[in-house]
Design a protein around this ligand. Structure first.
Ligand SMILES: Nc1ncnc2c1ncn2[C@@H]1O[C@H](COP(=O)(O)OP(=O)(O)OP(=O)(O)O)[C@@H](O)[C@H]1O
Length: 419
C-alpha cells in the first residue's frame, strides 16, 4: 500500500516536472535549433536574427536526417567546427515523456528513473553535409569502437580501404589522388593503418606494387614487411632514409624521362601497370635533404607512378611543407592534440575533437567524413603476406645489396613484379 502511494506520488511528480519543463521532451530537430541559437550559430540581417529552419526530415539507417535551410551568411565550416557542441547538446541527459512508457510502475521506480538518466543512453553522433541545404544526420548509436578486418574490406585495384562509416567501406583511390598524409597523436592507430595499407595492397596488387619503407620509429612498424618480394628499400634511421630517398628520386627521374620520351603524359597513359609506394612513418624525423626529396616526390611522383604515404605524429607547417600539402589528395587523421595540428593536416579544425578511440579517424579528400579504421591483427597480416616473403632457398633470382651507409637497407632485383 505504502509502495503504491509512493509510486503514484513519484509518477505524478515526474509527469508534472516533464509537463512544466517542456524542453525535456523536445525532439532532436528542436534541440538542434536551440543549440544553434545558444551557440551563436545564426546571422543578423537588418537587425533581425535569422536562424536555421527545418525543411524536412527523414529516417536513415541508424538514425534521422534533418534538412535545414541556412540563412545567408552562415558558414558550414563554422557549423562543422562546433560539431562537439551539437553532439553534447543532443546528448545532454534528458528524457522525454515517451521514455516513461517503459517504466514499470509496480516496481521500484527510483532505479528505473536513474537508468533513464544514465549517460550510456546518450550516445548520439552527428554528421554534416551541404548541397545547398544543411543536412544533419543524427545517429542513435556511435560508430563501433573496433572493427576487425576481413577480406571484404580489401583493396580493389589501387583503391585501398581507409575505414568504415555506417554504411560502407570507404576506400582511397591512389590513381585519382596519388599521395596521402596519415597523422595522429601517439597510440591512436597510425602504424596499424600503414600495416593495413601494405597488406591490402599486397592482396590486390602483388604483381605490380613496389614498396620503399622508411621506418624512423626504429623499424618496428614495418619490420614484418622488410623481406617481402615487393619491398625494394627499407630504411630505419634518418641517414638510411636519405640514402633510400636519393635512390628513389633517381629512379623516379629515369621513369619520368622514359614516360616523356615515349610521348606520354604519365604512366597511366603509357599503360605502365607498376606503382611504387614510398611510405614514411614518422616523417617529422626526416632531415632537411630528405624532406626536400619527399617534396619533390609529392610534386612529380604522380606522373611517374610514385605514391607517397607520409605519416606523422607532429603535423605542423614545418613537418608538412606547403608544397607537400598542396600535392596531397587524401588525408587520414586520427585524434590530434591541438586544433593547430588539425589545421596543418586537414586545413581545418576538428581532429582534436575526435573521440579518444584508437582507429577513429577523419578521412578528407575534398569532403571529409568520420570512419573507423579496421583493425588487422599481426596473425591476419602474416597469413596474407607470407606467400610473398622472400626466403632464401626458394630459388628466386634475387640479389641483396646495401646502400652506402644503410647496413640494413637492401635492394632486391625486381623479378616477378610485372607481367
Ligand atoms: N583501427 C584500430 N582498431 C582498434 N584498435 C586499434 C586500431 N588501431 C590501433 N589500435 C590499438 O591502438 C594501439 C596503438 O596503435 P598504433 O601502434 O597504430 O599507434 P600509433 O598511432 O602508430 O602510435 P605511435 O605513434 O606511438 O607508434 C594498437 O596496438 C591497438 O591496440
Amino acid at each position: 500500500m505504502i509502495v503504491e502511494i509512493t509510486s503514484s506520488l513519484v509518477a505524478c511528480g515526474v509527469l508534472a516536472f516533464a509537463h512544466t519543463n517542456k524542453h525535456l521532451s523536445w525532439n532532436d530537430a528542436q534541440k538542434i535549433q536551440r543549440i544553434f541559437n545558444n551557440a551563436n550559430l545564426y546571422v543578423k540581417e537588418n537587425g533581425k536574427q535569422r536562424n536555421i529552419r527545418l525543411y524536412t526530415k527523414r529516417k536513415i539507417k541508424g538514425g534521422t536526417e534533418y534538412i535545414f535551410q541556412l540563412p545567408y551568411g552562415l558558414s558550414v565550416k563554422d557549423i562543422e567546427a562546433r560539431k562537439h557542441v551539437i553532439e553534447n547538446g543532443l546528448n545532454t541527459k534528458t528524457f522525454s515523456l515517451d521514455d516513461l512508457k517503459d517504466i514499470n510502475w509496480k516496481k521500484d521506480i527510483i532505479p528505473q528513473l536513474r537508468a533513464l538518466f544514465h549517460p550510456s543512453k546518450a550516445q548520439k553522433e552527428v554528421e554534416f553535409s551541404f548541397d545547398g541545404m544543411l543536412k544533419i544526420k543524427v545517429y542513435d548509436k556511435p560508430l563501433p569502437s573496433s572493427i576487425e578486418y576481413n577480406d571484404a574490406m580489401r583493396a580493389i585495384d589501387w583503391r585501398v580501404p581507409v575505414g568504415l562509416n555506417r554504411e560502407k567501406v570507404i576506400r582511397h583511390d591512389f590513381e585519382k589522388r596519388p599521395h596521402i598524409v596519415v597523422a595522429g597523436a601517439t597510440g591512436f592507430g597510425k602504424s596499424q593503418y600503414l600495416k593495413l595499407l601494405i597488406t591490402s595492397l599486397i592482396q590486390s596488387k602483388a604483381k605490380h606494387v613496389t614498396f620503399s619503407l622508411v621506418d624512423l620509429k626504429g623499424g618496428t612498424a614495418f619490420q614484418r614487411f622488410k623481406d617481402l618480394d615487393q619491398t625494394k628499400y627499407f630504411a630505419r634511421d634518418p641517414s638510411e632514409a636519405r640514402d633510400t630517398l636519393e635512390l628513389v628520386q633517381q629512379e623516379m627521374d629515369a621513369k619520368l624521362r622514359e614516360v616523356v620520351n615515349g610521348g606520354f603524359e604519365d604512366v597511366a597513359e603509357a599503360g605502365e601497370k607498376n606503382r611504387h609506394f614510398v611510405m614514411i612513418d614518422e616523417a617529422a624525423d626526416l632531415d632537411k635533404e630528405s624532406l626536400a626529396i619527399v617534396t619533390d616526390i609529392a610534386r612529380r611522383g604522380r606522373a611517374a607512378g610514385y605514391r607517397l604515404v607520409y605519416a606523422t605524429q607532429y603535423p605542423t607547417n614545418e613537418t608538412l611543407p606547403s608544397q607537400v600539402r598542396q600535392n596531397i589528395g587524401g588525408r587520414v587523421s586520427f585524434i590530434l592534440e591541438t586544433a593547430a595540428a588539425s589545421l596543418a593536416t586537414l586545413d581545418e579544425k576538428g581532429a582534436e575533437e575526435l573521440p579518444e578511440i584508437p582507429g577513429r579517424a577523419i578521412y578528407k579528400r575534398v569532403k571529409k567524413e568520420t570512419v573507423q579504421c579496421p583493425y588487422i591483427s599481426n596473425e591476419q597480416i602474416k597469413e596474407r603476406i607470407t606467400p610473398h616473403v622472400n626466403m632464401r632457398g626458394r630459388g628466386k633470382d634475387e640479389q641483396v645489396s646495401r646502400t652506402e651507409k644503410g647496413e640494413h637497407s637492401f635492394v632486391i632485383e625486381e623479378t616477378g613484379l610485372s607481367d
